[in-house]
Design a protein around this ligand. Structure first.
Ligand code: GLP
Length: 273
């Protein structure tokens, strides 16, 4: 099946058009784009529309290669807004990121804090307190995780949670096995994840941090809307499992299946097409 040719920009395929059977729970919740660039544009458009409707909504944000073109497109779209509307957004913006490496200061270019500042904070002119992440240099990472989870609970409901997918099925840094009840915590990263992210640490999986602070599935599943974005052929195997297998601790992202506001935005390559 040539999925690519059937995915024109702005057009969606129904799950019935996918080259394999998909769990009924995903019906009507999968958006397929022809390639990663089109996918990024479409996700960014959806985010911009959500912010236009309510600039004060609390966003849950992610990092990773999947997010880079999305944030670039979002910055471009928001930059085209009238000056007054941009100023209003700047004033009201509130976001919390999913995770951070333990041991990296916000000023370290390999930290997620630095990535967010570079990709979103600086281009949009956001203050430090508006673009929140866990503090990777906190003396007690476990306590920092509890405080971070509490800060989100105090802020209110996450209106929209953006997610990428790890090669082992993690979301945030919720490594398998993981229960849906897991809360914000400090945890050990798996060998697979350290390998996946090794490019940021000179290509050596052992050179990167071994610990991270992550929001748990418990906080993620409380978001009103969840947008999981998956692109590239490297994710085809894990995406297929997510689309076909029932919820299981071995596949942390599978807990999204039971969330009524969870959406899956993918490109044709991620579907193995
Ligand atoms: C990383 C991050 C996630 C990210 C995911 C996918 O390890 N902790 O937040 O979404 O894995 O990363 P990528 O988009 O680079 O494939």
């Amino acid at each position: 099946m040539d999925l690519r040719s059937r995915c024109h920009p702005g057009q969606s395929l129904s799950v019935a058009a996918l080259p394999f059977t998909v769990l009924p729970c995903w019906s009507g919740r999968v958006q397929v784009a022809s390639d990663a660039a089109v996918l990024a544009e479409r996700v960014a458009t959806s985010l911009a529309q959500a912010l236009e409707a309510d600039p004060g909504r609390i966003l849950g944000l992610a990092t990773g290669r999947t997010m880079e073109p999305i944030y670039a497109a979002l910055v471009r779209k928001l930059g085209a807004w009238p000056a007054q509307q941009q100023a209003d957004l700047r004033r009201r913006w509130r976001s919390f990121n999913l995770d951070e490496y333990v041991g990296l200061a916000a000023g370290d270019p390999r930290s997620f804090a630095a990535t967010m500042r570079q990709q979103l904070g600086d281009p949009l002119g956001l203050g430090q307190a508006q673009l929140r992440l866990p503090d990777g240099r906190a003396e007690d990472p476990g306590q920092e995780a509890s405080h971070y989870g509490q800060a989100i609970a105090d802020a209110g409901v996450l209106s929209l949670q953006l997610l990428g997918l790890g090669l082992n099925g993690h979301v945030g840094f919720n490594e398998p096995p993981c229960l849906a009840s897991a809360a914000c915590r400090c945890l050990e990263l798996s060998a697979s994840t350290r390998e996946q992210n090794s490019a940021d640490f000179g290509g050596d999986p052992m050179a990167g941090p071994s610990l991270a602070i992550t929001l748990g599935l418990a906080e993620i599943l409380q978001a009103q809307r969840i947008v999981l974005v998956v692109s590239g052929g490297g994710k085809a195997r894990i995406l297929r499992r997510l689309l076909q297998d029932p919820p299981d601790p071995a596949l942390p992202a599978s807990w999204l299946q039971g969330h009524p506001g969870a959406e899956l935005w993918v490109d044709a390559a991620a579907l193995g097409a």
